[in-house]
Design a protein around this ligand. Structure first.
Ligand code: AFP
Length: 336
């Protein structure tokens, strides 16, 4: 009888194994990913106490040291910042929670720029719904001081992106230039274990995911597009169903696994979307494309959109390639 314990490949082992395939790499990308994993474990532990933290945070309670209890999104932001700052792999960070870019001190600077949303869907925390962290990784363009053009750049310059879902389990998904892998946290061991490698976006759409109460604010292409999708249900069978959590990262994760299309179109009154390009749409678009899916703002590929402001918003249609193409064609018919 074998006495060897049967356990899986950890996140660290997986990224190190991939690094071996790139002998010229300095190892900073691998270190960065494993450190994001460390930050995710810290945040996951806090999220498990979310009800308590949010209630105390919302009422402005003080903790035992007499400090004001922080809300969970601030805790997640501080955790991510602190871990990455010390990692020696990052030169600057942009966060949903920060007005400006955070520049890492020169002696700690590394080869990468990271943009992140520390806790997407945080308005769902007090009702116990899945939330997550989203991150985008860009290589530095040059040595020395970080310049703004290293932050404000199109999403196709990413070399990695990922997210962590704090749901019924804690799931870490990341994409590099080669593909998408997912890991699940074993809380007993305190490690992320590889659960899916070479993740691919299902080709057929089976889920439609959007906030339909925004209909009065949509441009004229959205309803005809939705009618084409919904029109696939008929007497013979149901091919499409509706699922919408209202936490982008959780909606995206479900759609990636099960085959869904997510829409948050621009508001025709302002011409602006709601979602943020740098740390929400670009990383998810990168992951979608690496898995064989697609992402547009209605018209243009998300990853090609110029970024001119840190907290820039955009429209988003993200899902299986064929139906994202259908959205683009419908947009062209009604909007051009
Ligand atoms: P919060 O982090 O403030 O909860 O925002 C979440 C979010 O950006 C995205 O994750 C949701 O899908 C979207 O907002 C929902 O917003 P609507 O209420 O406009 O549908």
């Amino acid at each position: 009888m074998s006495t060897t314990a049967d356990f899986g490949i950890t996140l660290t082992q997986h990224v190190m194994r991939k690094q071996v395939l790139h002998p010229s790499a300095r190892g900073q990308f691998s270190t960065l990913l494993t450190q994001i994993g460390v930050a995710a474990k810290h945040i996951s532990a806090q999220v498990r106490r979310a009800g308590l933290i949010e209630v105390l945070g919302a009422t402005g309670e003080t903790n035992i040291q007499g400090e004001r209890v922080q809300k969970l999104d601030h805790i997640a932001n501080d955790t991510f910042m602190k871990v990455l700052r010390r990692s020696g792999t990052v030169a600057a960070m942009a966060s949903e929670e920060e007005d400006d870019v955070y520049y890492v001190e020169p002696h700690r600077r590394g080869d990468y720029i990271v943009a992140f949303d520390p806790l997407d869907g945080s308005s769902n925390i007090d009702v116990g719904v899945s939330i997550g962290t989203i991150f985008a990784i860009y290589p530095r363009k040059h040595d020395g001081e970080v310049t703004l053009d290293e932050i404000l750049r199109p999403g196709h310059e990413q070399v990695g992106a990922g997210y962590v879902i704090y749901g019924s389990s804690t799931v870490f998904v990341y994409a590099d230039l080669e593909g998408v892998s997912s890991f699940t946290l074993d809380p007993g061991v305190g490690e992320f274990f590889l659960t899916r490698d070479g993740l691919t976006y299902p080709k057929t759409t089976s889920i439609l995911s959007l906030n339909e109460c925004n209909e009065p604010y949509w441009g004229p292409w959205v309803t005809p597009f939705l009618n084409q999708i919904k029109g696939r249900n008929d007497e013979k069978g149901r091919r499409i169903t509706d699922r919408h959590i209202g936490s982008l990262v959780s909606d995206f994760h479900r759609n990636l696994i099960k085959g869904g299309i997510y829409l948050y179109p621009v508001d025709h009154r302002t011409g602006r979307g709601k979602l943020r390009l740098l740390y929400e749409c670009n990383p998810l678009a990168f992951i979608a494309e690496k898995a064989g899916g697609a992402a547009i703002d209605g018209q243009q590929r998300i990853l090609d959109k110029p970024l001119t402001q840190l907290h820039q918003r955009t429209g988003l249609v993200i899902g299986p390639q064929d139906d994202v193409d259908l959205a683009r064609r419908t947009y062209a018919r009604y909007m051009d």
